[in-house]
Every structure is written in structure tokens, then in C-alpha cells.
Design a protein around this ligand. Structure first.
Ligand code: ADP
Ligand code: MG
Length: 601
């Protein structure tokens, strides 16, 4: 007799739950996605104990028809696609029809929903996948789903849950991204009794950004926009002076879906090349729209990852538009915002709030529709929210006063020198500090980059050739790079089985440092894991030469020297950061100076 059985619905749902419902944040994600798909303009989320004891998601969307209420909890029940061909043009966040039955299988769930505003709706109670009751009730339009005691019937899964802070971290991170993806939806997130986020839903991406990261940070973001035949891009990227130790503050949204993608991140990071120090990362929120057929969202159960049919083009598109932006911007960080208002990353705020919250497992208070209205009419304005509102008002005033067209790099008059290292300069707008060594490095870097692009025919034949010996593996590598080195003017020839000699090199290599420069170029080639192209070797060689040629700190400059230096700097393609990504100029606007000395408040 055969042994194969088709699993019953409940078991199948529990298995699916293993994939779809990994942790409390997965529940929040699925419920919020449904709320977005239902066309809501407002979505409120309450969680208790990191979502393990309770998750409530309430929306004011289309609601679920009374007749559909139970069907919505069947496996593969969805109103979002009909045919398999629809999978190639998905315009909603959900489509698998797996979330509700999976969540219901591993929790005690209540769903209240109404499709109209005449006060009639339906309530469904399910426990561990079994329907306990279904009844008509009165409620307003929208859906409210409460998930109690997640994983109560799957203890093995429960055991893997991390500390409340960690679970809450996942939830808040997800809500922050959704707030950025949907600025026209008013989101709120409350943990136990503290409100962690509230956005306006006014459709302004920068306002949503400010609600998440704070207004000081938001003010340092630059708008970016671009379009080609396939893609449309819109968003904000940080001025290079504003950066982070990790990639967490980078958000890419593809057709309304927050996704994680290595290639997109890289396109962005490459646009910041030489603008950021090593191991520092920008902040960014970038929304990209494309035809649904160009992206496959059906590759990951929780849909965190997607597949692009033209990934390389998309990479180039992101890089090109962000790079283009930097080529036109004045990128001078303010010394005032950097010192007086250090920006506090949002996740830290959450952690701070958690420190003084004592978990209260027995507390079963549930925000009712009534208390919801109270909160609505009379919610406390927290500091962040006040700031965002004040800022929006300030912005409106500022927009009315037209700004004067300014030079990309300001005209500066040197005032003096500090410690033989920094130049102090001024103009109408304020005070500037310039790191003279960094400025020289930038100027030399750009000059050398040009020169390495066209080193012929000025190579210098050496009277006493430089010879270098390597182990057999390295010797092979060097041999294969002889043509590339020749392109930047360094001509080598084999000299015995494992040795080479330099027969000519550009005459303009830093004086007295010629052989050291060439040796360092070769060391770099041997250490470099990635493929080296002409651009990479020009860039590296230029950086090496710029370091050697630049004046070191502690060098007295006359007024005329300083003027010349500033003039040459102004002529650079990027006068704002040295080739290692450190800032060259820092400014204090006259207004900021007045503020620091309390002449204005
Ligand atoms: P999917 O989102 O993949 O369709 P779900 O299991 O998440 O599958 O939801 C099943 C169906 O229930 C949805 O297709 C939708 O019709 C309905 N639904 C779920 N949540 C909501 C909501 N918040 N508002 C309106 N309809 C909803
Ligand atoms: Mg769904």
C-alpha cells in the first residue's frame, strides 16, 4: 500500500509559516504590505515585547468583504493575481496568498474589517489555524489584525527568538523603510507605550526621511533625480560630509518595494569614490521605477531580494546619476552642524528608549478603536515631530525668498594660517578652514591623473636602470602587466627569469622618489585582488605621486602662496575632498557664527 499522503491544510500552513513567518518582523511586514496593497493612507502599528506577545496593524484601506473574510485565510487565496502570467507583471506587494494562513497557523489571531463607512463589519477569531468564531460587528472602514502570542504552538521556533531589542530592531527597521517607500502614507509605530515613529503622510520623501533620521540629518541630504528609457530614479543622497560606519542607512525602493541588492548599493558607493574616507558609507534613499517585466519579485519567500533582467545597466544608471549630481554641487560640510548637532542614528534612539522600558508581559491592554480616536485627536507632539513640523514651516518661508545663483567653489580671501597646517579664509558668506596638505594632494592628484593618461613621448631613459626581483608567482603577474604599465609610461623588460628592469619612466615622477613610486605601483598591482584597468592604474599612480609631491603639514605659506593654492583648488574637478575622501574645506556661515556666539537665537 502506498505511503504518500497529501498533507492537511493546517500542517501545510505550518510548514509555509516556517518560510514566511521567520520572526515577529515578518508578521509586521506581511500585515503592513497588505495594508499598503489595500490603498490605505494611514497605517498604525503597535507591538508589545518586540512583537512576541502582540502585534496590531490597523489601516484605513479598502477592507475585506464579509464574504471573503474566511477565504482570505485559506492557503493560496489572493485577490491580487488570477493567472500565472500575472507573475510577470506584479503591481502589488503581495501575490502569494500565503501570509494570512501562515500567520494564523502559528498564533492567536483576530481580524476586524469593513469595506464601507456605514459602521458594519465582521470579526474573525482564529487560534492555531482553527476558526473559533466569526461574527458581524460595528467598525469603521479598514482592517485591523491583532496577532497574539506568536509561535505559541511552535516552541522550537520561539526558542530561536532573540532579545526583545533585537526583534524590535527588525520591526522598526522595516517600518522606517516603508515610511520612506510610501511618503504619502501616514505611518506610526508604537512599542509598548512609547511611540517610535510618526510620519505625516504628506507625500514629501524628505519629510518622511526627517521623521526617521532627524531634521538635522535631513537638511544635509541632496535631491537626486534621473531618467532613461528603462528606469526612473528619485531620492536623496547624503553630502559626503555626512556618512556612516555601515551601509544600514542606504535604502533602495524598487517599484514601491524595499529590497536589498548588492549591485545597486555598489552603484551608489562607486559614485562616492574618493569623496568618502575608507570604511565610511553614505546615507541614501532612492526610489526606482521600472516596468514590472524588468524585475522578478518571485525569487524569495519574504521578497527581500529580487532579480533584475538588466542588472549591469541598472548599476551604471545609479552610478551615473549620483556622480552627475556631485559634479555640480558645492560639497563643503558645515563645521557648525558637525560639532553642535551630532546626528543620532534612529536605531540608537530606539535602543535608548528601550533602556528604561521594563517589559510587562502580563499587560494585555489593547488599543481599541476608541482609544485610537483619542490618540488621533490628541497625540502628544514629541520633539522629533515638532522639529519636522517647524522645519516644514521654515522651508515654506525659505522657498518664498529666491536664492542667488552661486559658484560651485566659493571665491575665498585668505586671512591667515594656523599651525602651519590650516588656511583660514573668508568671503561674504562666512568663514572657511582649509587643510593645506589635503588641498595640495587634490591638486596634484588631478594633475598626475591627467599626465598618466598621456605619458608619451616624454619618458626618461634611465642611465642606471632600476632592477627588481620577485618570486615566480609574482613575476608572472608582473609580466602580464607589462603592457598596462607601459600605458602609464613605465616601461619594464624581463631581466633574467624572475627579475625586471625599468628602462624608462615619465620624467615628471616626483624628484628623488622615482624608484620608490614605481616600486609602490608594482606592490599595489601584486596586492590588488580585483582586475586592474587603465583607469585604476592611473588613479593609483596619481594618488601615490600626489602624496609624495604634496607639501607636508607644518609649512609656512605667504599670503600670495595661499591665494595661489586656493585658486588652483578652485580649478579642480572635485575641490572638496582629497583623493582618500577626507574633507578639504569646512565652513561656518556668518549665521552659524552668530548662532555660536549667541548673537542670534
Ligand atoms: P496576498 O497578500 O499574497 O494576496 P495574504 O494572505 O497576505 O495574501 O492576504 C490574502 C488576501 O486577503 C489578500 O489578497 C487581500 O484580498 C485580503 N487582505 C489581507 N489583508 C488585507 C487588508 N489589510 N485590507 C484589505 N484586504 C486584505
Ligand atoms: Mg499579503
Amino acid at each position: 500500500m502506498g505511503k504518500i499522503l497529501v498533507l492537511d491544510e493546517l500542517t501545510a500552513n505550518q510548514i509555509a509559516a516556517g518560510e514566511v513567518v521567520e520572526r515577529p518582523s515578518s508578521v509586521v511586514k506581511e500585515l503592513v504590505e497588505n495594508a499598503v496593497d489595500a490603498g490605505s493612507s494611514r497605517i498604525d502599528v503597535w507591538v508589545e515585547e518586540g512583537g512576541l506577545s502582540r502585534i496590531v496593524v490597523r489601516d484605513n484601506g479598502s477592507g475585506i468583504e464579509a464574504d471573503d473574510m474566511q477565504t482570505a485565510f485559506f492557503r493560496h487565496a489572493t485577490s491580487k493575481i488570477v493567472h500565472s502570467r500575472d507573475l510577470f507583471s506584479i503591481h502589488t506587494l503581495g501575490f502569494r496568498g500565503e501570509a494570512l494562513p501562515s500567520i494564523a497557523a502559528v498564533s492567536k489571531l483576530e481580524c476586524i474589517s469593513s469595506t464601507n463607512n456605514n459602521g458594519l463589519g465582521r470579526k474573525l477569531v482564529i487560534e492555531g489555524g482553527k476558526v473559533l468564531s466569526i461574527q458581524d460587528i460595528s467598525c469603521s472602514q479598514g482592517t485591523e489584525i491583532t496577532v497574539n502570542e506568536l509561535f505559541y504552538n511552535t516552541p522550537a521556533r520561539l526558542k530561536y527568538m532573540k532579545a526583545i531589542q533585537t526583534e524590535l530592531g527588525h520591526i522598526s527597521d522595516y517600518i522606517y523603510r516603508m515610511a520612506l517607500a510610501y511618503p504619502h502614507i501616514a505611518f506610526s509605530l508604537t512599542h509598548n507605550d512609547s511611540e517610535l515613529l510618526r510620519t505625516h503622510g504628506d507625500g514629501q520623501l524628505l519629510h518622511a526621511f526627517a521623521a526617521v533620521y532627524g531634521t538635522t540629518t535631513a537638511k544635509q541630504m541632496i535631491a537626486v533625480e534621473g531618467e532613461d528609457l528603462d528606469y526612473k530614479l528619485k531620492g536623496y543622497v547624503s553630502q559626503p560630509g555626512l556618512n556612516r560606519a555601515n551601509r544600514n542607512a542606504i535604502t533602495f525602493i524598487i517599484n514601491g518595494r524595499y529590497i536589498r541588492n548588492f549591485t545597486l548599493n555598489n552603484g551608489l558607493l562607486q559614485a562616492y569614490h574618493t569623496l568618502l574616507p575608507l570604511h565610511r558609507f553614505p546615507m541614501a534613499v532612492i526610489q526606482i521605477e521600472m516596468d514590472a517585466s524588468l524585475v522578478d519579485v518571485n525569487v524569495h519567500p519574504a521578497k527581500w531580494e529580487v532579480r533584475f533582467s538588466k542588472e549591469q545597466e541598472l548599476f551604471a544608471f545609479v552610478k551615473a546619476h549620483v556622480s552627475k549630481l556631485f559634479a555640480t554641487q558645492t560639497l563643503i560640510p558645515s563645521g557648525y552642524t558637525a560639532s553642535a548637532n551630532p546626528t543620532v542614528p534612529a536605531p540608537k534612539q530606539v535602543q535608548e528608549q528601550l533602556k528604561w522600558e521594563t517589559p510587562n508581559v502580563s499587560d494585555t491592554r489593547k488599543p481599541s478603536f476608541e482609544s485610537y480616536r483619542e490618540i488621533d485627536n490628541d497625540f502628544e507632539m514629541k520633539e522629533v515631530r515638532e522639529n519636522v513640523q517647524k522645519w516644514i514651516a521654515d522651508e515654506q518661508v525659505a522657498n518664498q525668498t529666491t536664492s542667488v545663483e552661486q559658484l560651485r567653489f566659493p571665491q575665498l580671501e585668505p586671512v591667515g594660517q594656523v599651525h602651519g597646517t590650516y588656511i583660514v579664509a573668508q568671503n561674504e558668506q562666512g568663514l572657511y578652514l582649509i587643510d593645506q596638505h589635503a588641498a595640495h594632494e587634490r591638486i596634484h592628484y588631478e594633475e598626475f591623473y591627467e599626465k598618466f593618461g598621456n605619458p608619451e613621448p616624454i619618458s626618461q631613459e634611465l642611465l642606471i636602470p632600476i632592477t627588481m626581483e620577485f618570486n615566480p608567482t609574482d613575476a608572472r603577474i608582473i609580466e602580464s602587466k607589462i603592457p598596462l604599465l607601459a600605458q602609464v609610461g613605465v616601461v619594464l623588460e624581463p631581466f633574467g627569469p624572475q627579475a625586471f628592469r625599468v628602462i624608462s619612466h615619465p620624467y615628471w615622477l616626483p624628484k628623488g622618489e622615482e624608484s620608490a613610486t614605481i616600486e609602490e605601483m608594482i606592490e599595489w598591482i601584486l596586492g590588488e585582488k580585483k582586475g586592474i584597468d587603465l583607469h585604476a592604474i592611473r588613479e593609483k599612480s596619481a594618488i601615490l605621486c600626489a602624496c609624495k609631491a604634496s607639501i607636508k603639514a607644518n609649512q609656512a605659506l605667504t599670503n600670495l602662496d595661499m591665494m595661489k593654492l586656493l585658486e588652483r583648488l578652485a580649478g579642480c574637478e572635485n575641490p572638496f575632498t582629497c583623493p582618500h575622501g577626507r574633507p578639504i574645506v569646512i565652513s561656518f556661515s556668518s549665521y552659524e557664527l552668530e548662532k555660536m556666539f549667541k548673537r542670534v537665537t
